[in-house]
Write a protein that binds this ligand. Structure first.
Ligand code: FEC
Length: 310
């Protein structure tokens, strides 16, 4: 792979097994181990999701393999070689960069599977990747965002259209499209962070493409850190919508790109039950996973970054 351009494909990471949850949670908490109660709570959430205990691992593996195939098709086999780098689990971001160095890679580009930039999420991934690349003398380019890539918007539009059909098709003009994304500590607002604006821009573009006039954006999955997080949370939003008489909602995550805990538990189990108790029918769009249009968005973004247009 010496003459190839390395592509560091970065994602959140998930434990390998139930025994790995504590180490994973400790890593997310920057080295502070969780209390017994916090650990039990997280473990029980993993127990209750369907589709395998840790579906994110296989989904990320599939995404990296599909991106490799897409890059091979667009640029010729061997031009780009993908390496996986996870934020909170092995293979860590640093492991991915070290693997490139071991293969003799001299030039690399980093891309995170979530499309919108925040200094606290994508910025954190990139800082670690950049520092490790410097240690190995690899020239490294970072992709910041691709939240309005036409292939991404179209893939999401198709999912919104499908979801609205499940909720009753064209007749259900009262169905509300509820875009969502992972909350962050509210202090990002003081940093002039583009995260919220980019999430809204993705949401507005998808709503427009799908012809959905009835839409809102809400946050989800806020952590329990004692500090304020960006709101309103999805449960507060559902409470308000129920009071307004809304009967059907299509939850449309725009910052998450695969089936994992924050989708399969926070939306499919927790939010769905909460909505149903208040007389709202809640459906969710199919996640992108290794969708070919999403892969095309990633591959084109990588190639443009290497050509210096990003
Ligand atoms: O399926 C899985 O095993 C992993 C699902 C998962 C994804 C994910 C994505 C994001 N997170 C983001 C930010 C934070 C911040 C904290 C935080 C905490 C957790 C915990 C778990 C967890 N996150 Fe996560 N996140 C996933 C899982 N996340 C588990 C710990 C327990 C809990 O709060 O539920 C708070 C850290 C702290 O305590 O200081 C901040 C962001 C994303 C979306 C962007 C991305 O994918 O990188 C932002 C998937």
């Amino acid at each position: 792979a010496g003459k190839s351009i390395g592509v560091l494909v970065m994602s959140y990471g998930t434990p390998e097994s139930l025994e790995g949850i504590e180490a994973y949670y400790t890593h997310i908490r920057r080295g502070n181990p969780p209390s017994a109660e916090q650990l039990e709570d997280l473990t029980s959430r993993y127990h209750s999701i369907v589709g395998g205990v840790f579906p994110l691992r296989e989904n990320t593996n599939n995404q990296v393999a599909a991106l490799q195939r897409t890059l091979d098709e667009l640029a010729g086999a061997g031009t780009y070689v993908c390496y996986q780098g996870l934020k909170h689990a092995a293979p860590y971001i640093e492991d991915g960069v070290a693997a490139m160095a071991a293969d003799g890679v001299k030039e690399a580009v980093g891309i995170v599977l979530t499309p919108q930039y925040s200094a606290m999420s994508v910025g954190g991934y990139m800082k670690r990747a950049q520092e490790e690349a410097e240690k190995h003398g690899i020239a490294f380019k970072a992709v910041r965002e691709y939240h309005l890539h036409p292939e991404l918007i179209d893939a999401l539009k198709i999912r919104v259209t499908d979801g609205l059909e499940r909720l009753g098709g064209a007749g259900s003009s009262d169905a509300l499209v509820l875009f969502s994304a992972h909350s962050l500590p509210a202090k990002v607002l003081e940093m002039n962070d583009p995260y919220a604006d980019q999430l809204l821009a993705t949401s507005a573009a998808v709503a427009q493409a799908a012809g959905a006039e009835n839409w809102q954006f809400t946050w989800q999955s806020a952590g329990q850190t004692g500090q304020p997080w960006l709101g309103p949370d999805i449960l507060e939003t559902l409470e308000k919508l129920a009071a307004e008489g809304v009967k059907s909602v299509l939850v449309t995550p725009v910052g998450f790109v695969s089936d994992h805990l924050e989708v399969l538990y926070d939306i499919d189990i927790e939010a769905k039950k909460f909505a149903e108790e208040r007389g709202i029918r809640l459906e969710r769009i199919r996640m992108l996973n290794d969708d070919p249009q999403y892969m095309a968005a990633l591959a084109e973004t990588v190639i443009e970054a290497v050509r210096g247009r990003n």
